[in-house]
Write a protein that binds this ligand. Structure first.
Ligand code: RB5
Length: 144
């Protein structure tokens, strides 16, 4: 599995923890930055990750900012991106099964690293259900 990950300054430290965790799991990680926890603009990093996801260079993306919200708003501007803010395991599992979410967004000011790493594992280890009703609903996105 290949993952792209990005953050702004607010998510930098959690991003580094997630990267270490993914490496321990032998998952290939592309870190698009930021590279230092100095004030920067989250849409820049959202776009770098969504480009890799849409280009199929990675399987899934992870974005971390202070809240996860700005990252998800920026990521969801891109057609074909289904970015979900998840701060609990139920949502992480459900958004993969039902929404086929391809980008996980988290807020480093909302969740601690322990829960965040569990959410990452749940998101990465859950497959889209492929149920007809979910495929139908997702296909409606292109008409919105
Ligand atoms: C940065 O201060 C903060 O606004 C950003 O990390 C994020 O939470 C935006 O949604």
């Amino acid at each position: 599995m290949k993952i792209a990950i990005g953050s702004d300054h607010g998510g930098y430290l959690l991003k580094q923890e997630v990267i270490e965790h993914l490496k321990k799991r032998k998952i290939e990680v592309t870190d698009v930055g930021c590279d230092v926890p100095i004030s920067c603009d989250y849409p820049v990093y959202a776009r770098k990750v969504t480009d890799l996801v849409l280009g199929k260079e990675v399987d899934l993306g992870i974005l971390v900012c202070g809240t996860g919200i700005g990252m998800s708003m920026a990521a969801n501007k891109e057609k074909g991106i289904r970015a979900a803010v998840c701060h609990d395991n139920f949502s992480a599992k459900a958004t993969r099964e039902h929404n086929d979410a391809n980008v996980l967004c988290m807020g480093a000011r909302v969740v601690g690293p322990g829960l965040a790493l569990m959410i990452v594992d749940t998101f990465l280890d859950t497959e889209f259900s492929g149920d007809e009703r979910h495929i139908r609903r997702l296909s409606m996105f292109s008409d919105l």
